[in-house]
Design a protein around this ligand. Structure first.
Ligand code: TYD
Length: 229
């Protein structure tokens, strides 16, 4: 008897998580990894900027307010340099061996932070993306949408909890901007989702963490026809 298509192990997929500050991406990406592994799939969990040794070094520089590049162009080039290595060393090899790759932020962050909100020309970003990402585009992007006032308050609480007593608390380069910039980020992500509805799915990040994790799992399992668990 041949296996029915429902029981065949699905091909590895590339899924990215996007959103503004404090939207809970890292938490939700971890929940999805647990669900996929429980379904018997091999998962590579990674993040940007970072993911490979070189890209993690660049991350430390890019996010350090004292040395970070200031222009949106220099920032975009730095993010894409890190991304090129991340794709070569981690993402493409994992996909080639049928793993599921979950990435906390990817190229949409550059489109929105440096492009829509930072003012960098979308055509320049498009050219960089073709060169660096090429065909390795995410099959699905989970956009966590949240009022930036709520997101920034969450990010503040996270910093305070993580800090040792008496440590100097400072927002990293990109979190430390004013509310209006964060509103532009939210609008930029929503506009992107509207322009690519087949790839980008929007979720309300204000709701309870576990309820949201369930919602994301239902979406992923339906889209890729995984047996629900
Ligand atoms: P991170 O600590 O990963 O923030 P978060 O928890 O919000 O994901 O820091 C990454 C920061 O870098 C974040 O502020 C967004 C910014 N960023 C860009 O501006 N462009 C990019 O292409 C990427 C990947 C991140």
């Amino acid at each position: 008897m041949t296996e029915s298509s429902d029981t065949v192990t699905p091909r590895g997929q590339f899924i990215t998580f996007e959103g503004g500050e404090g939207t809970g991406k890292s938490t939700q990406v971890a929940h999805l990894a647990v669900r996929l592994r429980a379904a018997g799939l091999t998962v590579t969990l990674t993040r940007e900027p970072g993911g490979s040794a070189f890209a993690e070094r660049l991350r430390a520089i890019i996010l350090d307010q004292t040395v970070a590049p200031t222009s949106p162009l220099a920032q975009a080039l730095s993010f894409y340099a890190a991304r090129a290595d991340h794709l070569d060393v981690i993402i493409r090899p994992a996909l080639a061996t049928n793993q599921w790759v979950l990435c906390d932020r990817f190229a949409d962050s550059t489109r929105v932070y440096q492009g829509a909100a930072g003012g960098l020309d979308q055509a320049a970003l498009g050219a960089l993306d073709t060169l660096v990402v090429g065909d390795t585009q995410p099959a699905l992007t989970i956009l966590l949408d949240l009022d930036p006032k709520v997101g920034l308050a969450r990010a503040d609480r996270r910093r305070q909890t993580a800090a040792t007593p008496g440590a100097f608390l400072r927002a990293d380069t990109f979190e430390g901007r004013h509310l209006e910039f964060h509103q532009r980020l939210r609008d930029g992500f929503l506009a992107l989702a509207k322009s690519e509805p087949h790839r980008i799915a929007i979720f309300d990040a204000f709701q309870n963490e576990l309820v949201l994790a369930d919602q994301i799992w239902r979406h992923v399992s339906a889209r890729f026809r995984l047996a629900a668990s």
